[in-house]
Design a protein around this ligand. Structure first.
Ligand code: FNR
Length: 189
């Protein structure tokens, strides 16, 4: 069985280290996971004024989440929390009330930053948000990755074999988690 995984990158920066991390995770994932990015950068700022009639970009974004078996958040930490762009995207996908695209959708949270705590605080905030959104969230493993220069190249190759092994193991654990959740909570067809 294969699983479609949509990953959301919390950064809009062209040279985002978290997008590089997402590429690395895509390469290291076991073959049963098919990863692709669900982009958040074109979304306008959410307001419930849109609830009656979502703009196309938001409709497509929400549909993209509905279409995958699981989501993976790869996010930087901005001012000890998640970037505003990511929170905005989550708010779009969670509304209108009663049509929350994250409900029962398994998720994982990882991130990297040059700081030594490696996005730990942002990830805790994101976990609270996903909890409220009724997304079954993988508890462990956790990935608080401190970026060092040249750790990950633009194509997602990792220079440190120990880090590559750790991330490969994370993706294996994540695949098992997704499989377990979908066994108990099959997607509505
Ligand atoms: C940061 N950075 C940062 N790093 C961190 O570890 N904790 C933090 O709270 C913050 N705060 C913060 C706020 C803002 C507005 C910016 C722009 C940056 C540094 C951050 O980790 C660094 O810029 C990374 O390169 C961000 O990841 P992306 O965007 O390159 O994926």
């Amino acid at each position: 069985h294969t699983y479609k995984v949509g990953y959301l990158v919390g950064s809009l920066a062209k040279s985002s280290i978290n997008r590089k991390l997402a590429k690395a995770l895509t390469k290291l994932a076991p073959p049963e996971l098919q990863l692709h990015e669900i982009r958040i950068g074109e979304l306008p700022l959410y307001s419930y004024d849109y609830d009656a009639d979502y703009p196309d970009v938001a409709r497509l974004f929400k549909q993209a989440i509905a279409d995958v078996d699981a989501v993976l958040f790869v996010t930087p930490e901005y001012n000890r929390s998640i970037p505003g762009a990511l929170k905005n995207a989550i708010d779009w996908a969670s509304r209108p009330w009663g049509q929350n695209a994250f409900s029962r959708k398994p998720s994982g949270v990882v991130g990297t930053s040059p700081g030594s705590i490696g996005t730990a605080v942002a990830q805790q905030h994101l976990r609270s948000v996903l909890c409220f959104c009724n997304s079954p969230l993988m508890n462990t493993m956790e990935v608080y990755l401190q970026t060092t220069p040249d750790l990950i190249d633009d194509d997602g190759n990792i220079s440190n074999p120990g880090t590559a092994d750790f991330l490969r193991k994370y993706m294996q654990e994540y695949a098992l988690f997704v499989q377990r959740v979908l066994t108990v909570l099959p997607r509505e067809s």
